[in-house]
Structure formats: structure tokens, C-alpha cells
Design a protein around this ligand. Structure first.
Ligand code: AP5
Length: 227
């Protein structure tokens, strides 16, 4: 009798500058493929709101648009990855962002026998990112993301997903901080494109189209990577 094949949970990485659409696309992939979205930005904002030691250390750094220390981010991600729901497979949104984080992820995955299925680089112009970020808001109940111009709720003032009527804008979505976030991306995160190219898992994706069109192209890449 043949042994049953073991299915290794998928590990997808969404690489891209602030406003590239990582969160928007990750939530769509989550629904489509039954994976878990892990956003280090969301995990850090939750830590700031909860007033944990990590959150206290991260708050000012995030407000300045700089990167939180590798030590804090890796610890937060390691804890979250160990939670049972991540056994379904994960989409990493905003992690890794430095070479040290990428190496730490390789180490974590080698401990669990997992591999990176694909690192998908969302390619967007800097000017487009600023437009996207400056119009962004999210449902304060479920976190669904919207945009003043590109993605309004179907019923004005009501979240499509949960029906809530209050929305929030992020403290770091202002012109000054966006410039720092972009600089941090180009200096510290963009080198990961070569890192994953060298590891044979890089896929490029033009992320300048409309949201549904990009989602269709991304779905094709992910389907191939998971087979
Ligand atoms: P994080 O929360 O990860 O923010 P970010 O990387 O700056 O990315 P964003 O969430 O701004 O953008 P996104 O690509 O998800 O775009 P979205 O889908 O929302 O990080 C925040 C901070 O936390 C960092 O600055 C850092 O301090 C810290 N941090 C986080 N992770 C860290 C790490 N690993 N190491 C160190 N520090 C870390 O889309 C944006 C808007 O555009 C939305 O309104 C959306 O509706 C709209 N939109 C999306 N796609 C399209 C489209 N195709 N056309 C038109 N509009 C679109």
C-alpha cells in the first residue's frame, strides 16, 4: 500500500512598498485559498493598542515611518506562526522586511520542515503609492480596507463585510511619514527581491491595474506555487 502524501502548508510572501496593495490582496487570497493572513503591521498595531512592552517600543518608530527592530518583529511573528490556525498555511504580508528577518524566517521554516512556496513582489510606482495611502481607511470593527477614490463601500458609510458604520485612518498615513516609509522600503526591503530571486522563489506581479485584475493574476501565481 502506498503511503499517504503529506501536504506541507503553503508559505506565501507578499513583498511590496507601502500602499502596494499587500493587505488588500492578502485578504482576498485568504478567502480564496483558506490561508491565514499574517500582517506584521497589524500585529504591531495590536501590540501598541494593548500597551504591551513590544507595543510601547514600536509606537514611536511606526509613527516616524521607520522599521521596528528585527528582534521585536521576529519574536511577534514567531509567536503568531506557532498558533494552530497557521497549520492551514500562511500569507506573510509585510514580513520579512530586512535580510535579517528573511534569514530568521528561513531558520523558523527549517525547524518545521516548511518551505517558501513563493515570494511575490508587487510592483507599483512611488507616486501611485502615495495616492493609495492618502485615501485609505478601514472598518474599525473588522478591518476591511477601503479607499476614497478606488474602493468605496457599496452602501455609503457602511462596511460591506460586517455592516459596521465607523471607519478609521492610520496615524502613519500622512505625507511626511509616507516619505520615510518609502525610504525604508527602498533601503531595507527592496534588496529582498534579489534575495528571493537567488532562492528561486521570486515571482513579479504588476500591481498597477485595478484591484480585481491584479487579484486574478495573483490567483494564477498562487495556484501554480501551491501545486
Ligand atoms: P504595514 O502595516 O505593513 O504597512 P505598509 O507596508 O506600509 O503597507 P500598507 O499597509 O500601508 O500598504 P499595503 O501594501 O497593505 O496596501 P493596502 O492593501 O492597504 O506596516 C506599518 C509599519 O509597521 C511600518 O512602517 C513599520 O514601522 C512597522 N512594521 C510592519 N512590519 C514590519 C517588519 N516586518 N519589520 C519592521 N517594521 C515593521 O492598499 C492601500 C490603499 O490602496 C487601500 O486604500 C486600498 O483600498 C487601495 N488599493 C489597493 N490596491 C489598489 C489598486 N490596485 N488600485 C487602487 N487602489 C488600491
Amino acid at each position: 500500500m502506498e503511503a499517504a502524501a503529506t501536504i506541507t502548508p503553503a508559505v506565501l510572501i507578499l513583498l511590496g512598498p507601502p500602499g502596494a496593495g499587500k493587505g488588500t490582496q492578502a485578504r482576498m487570497l485568504e478567502a480564496e485559498f483558506g490561508l491565514v493572513q499574517l500582517s506584521t503591521g497589524d500585529l504591531l498595531r495590536a501590540a501598541v493598542a494593548a500597551g504591551t512592552e513590544a507595543g510601547k517600543a514600536a509606537k514611536a518608530v511606526m509613527e516616524a515611518g521607520e522599521l521596528v527592530s528585527d528582534e521585536i518583529v521576529i519574536a511577534i511573528l514567531r509567536d503568531r506562526l506557532a498558533e494552530p490556525d497557521c497549520a492551514k498555511g500562511v500569507i506573510l504580508d509585510g514580513f520579512p522586511r530586512t535580510t535579517i528577518q528573511a534569514q530568521a524566517l528561513d531558520q523558523l521554516l527549517s525547524e518545521t520542515g516548511q518551505k517558501i512556496s513563493a515570494a511575490i513582489s508587487l510592483e507599483v510606482d512611488d507616486a501611485e503609492m502615495v495616492t493609495r495611502i492618502s485615501g485609505r481607511y478601514t472598518c474599525s470593527m473588522c478591518g476591511e480596507g477601503y479607499h476614497d477614490t478606488f474602493k468605496a463601500p457599496v452602501i455609503e458609510g457602511t462596511c460591506d463585510k460586517c455592516g459596521h458604520a465607523e471607519f478609521t485612518r492610520r496615524a502613519d498615513d500622512n505625507a511626511e511619514t509616507v516619505a520615510s516609509r518609502l525610504a525604508a522600503y527602498h533601503e531595507q526591503t527592496a534588496p529582498l527581491i534579489s534575495y528571493y530571486q537567488d532562492h528561486g522563489v521570486l515571482k513579479g506581479l504588476n500591481a498597477m491595474g485595478n484591484i480585481e485584475e491584479i487579484a486574478g493574476n495573483l490567483k494564477g501565481i498562487v495556484s501554480n506555487a501551491m501545486n
